[in-house]
Structures are given as structure tokens and as C-alpha cells.
Design a protein around this ligand. Sequence first.
Ligand code: PLP
Length: 242
Amino acid sequence: MTVSPAIEADVLRRQDPELADVLLGERERQSTTLQLIAAENFTSPAVLAALGSPLANKYAEGYPGARHHGGCEIADVAERLAVDRARDLFGADHANVQAHSGSSAVLAAYAALLRPGDTVLALGLPHGGHLTHGSPANFSGRWFDFVGYGVEAESGLIDHEQVRTLARTRRPKAIVCGSIAYPGTWTTRSSARSPTRWARISSRTPRIPSGWWPGERRRTRCRTRTSSARRPTRCCGGRAAA
Ligand SMILES: Cc1ncc(COP(=O)(O)O)c(C=O)c1O
């Protein structure tokens, strides 16, 4: 793992030596201990430099070419570049790169697809789901009616029969396919028989399946089945959150 060899600490040290020591302390901790949290990203020095650039000063509400503030021409170039790269990476027709983290990306997807109180199926936390999959400690568990599905005891793989039964009985507005820790590959095999239309809200997983890298077309795309759904189900339209 590469940890940035140098923090631009001189300026900070002159201004705020106490905070400079905190930053250096964290650099020391990361450099000398083993990090095993799958969700953490140890960025390159180049990414760290970009995060601390003057772009961080800029107020740029809206979208490239349609901002609410002046002076956004450089921010627009940066955002368009990020959108193009995200579209390439996921083989997507559209990408929104304005979410700041996985959780806010998931929140954006839920806000687009659901209404408060809607029922949603997601991988249960003890089976590898994430806090955003309905934990009471998270907005998802407070705002929506989450029902957890799980993995088969023997194989450790998603129990598709259970997903199917839950989809039939609970009639969710969306089924979240994603995990924080799942060793298998996500498939949509049960979606074809699901009584609900699938809104595939794909969230971050430590294991990136092939087909997700630039130049490759993503194989598993959002399914919008028009099966026997009794009530309208919203769909993310092929865009993956997170
Ligand atoms: C599936 C899933 N959703 C959401 C998140 C939250 O991401 P963030 O910590 O960037 O908000 C994670 C983080 O690991 C995740 O694995």
C-alpha cells in the first residue's frame, strides 16, 4: 500500500502546528499498520494533491454549462472529464459524479426511486450488507421499510429462492444488489422471475467484476423487468449508484 510520502505540511505547520501534528500522526499510523477495512481507499499522492487543489474553493452548484455561480469554466472542464471517465468505466450512457461518498450516492438513488416508507429488499447486514441497507443507525433504516435477504449457509452465496419469496410477499419498490462484503459475483438470475420490477441499485463492493473497467462493456446492466408488478416500480434507468 502506498501512503503519500509527504504532506504539504509546512504551510499548515506555520498556521496551525497542532493540526499539522494530527495529520502527520495519521500518515504515520497508515504507514506503519495494516489496514483491513475493505471500504477504505488509500489514494495516490496525485489524488491527494487534486483533493487539496484550488478547485476545493469553488462553489459550483448546477451542472457544467448550467451553473448558478460565475467563474465555473474550469470546474466545468473538471466535471465533464470526470463524467466521461465514469461513463467509460461503467459503460454507462449517463453519469453523475457529484456525490461525495458511497452513502450519499446511495441516498441519491433512493431519493430518485423511492418514497419514505417504501419497502426495499437488500442484503441483510449480518450477511454482508451495508449500513445503507436498512440499519436503524442509518437514514435508510429510519426512512424506508427494509427487508433483509441473506446467503445460503452452505455455499455462502445469495439465497435466490429467499429473494424471490420475499419479493413476492413483500412486493418491494426496489431490490438493492450490492454489499460491503460478498465473496461471490452478483447475478440477476432471480430477477427474471421476480414479481417486482428490479431497480438494480448497485453499490460498492470490494470485488469488482470483470467488465467494469475502462474499455470493457459492463456485462450486468440494470434490469427493468415488466413482469407482474402490481404497482409502478421506479428504476434507476441503467445507472448504477456508488
Ligand atoms: C455497499 C456500500 N454502500 C455504501 C458505502 C458507504 O460509502 P462511503 O463510506 O463512501 O459513504 C459503502 C462503504 O463501504 C459500501 O460498501
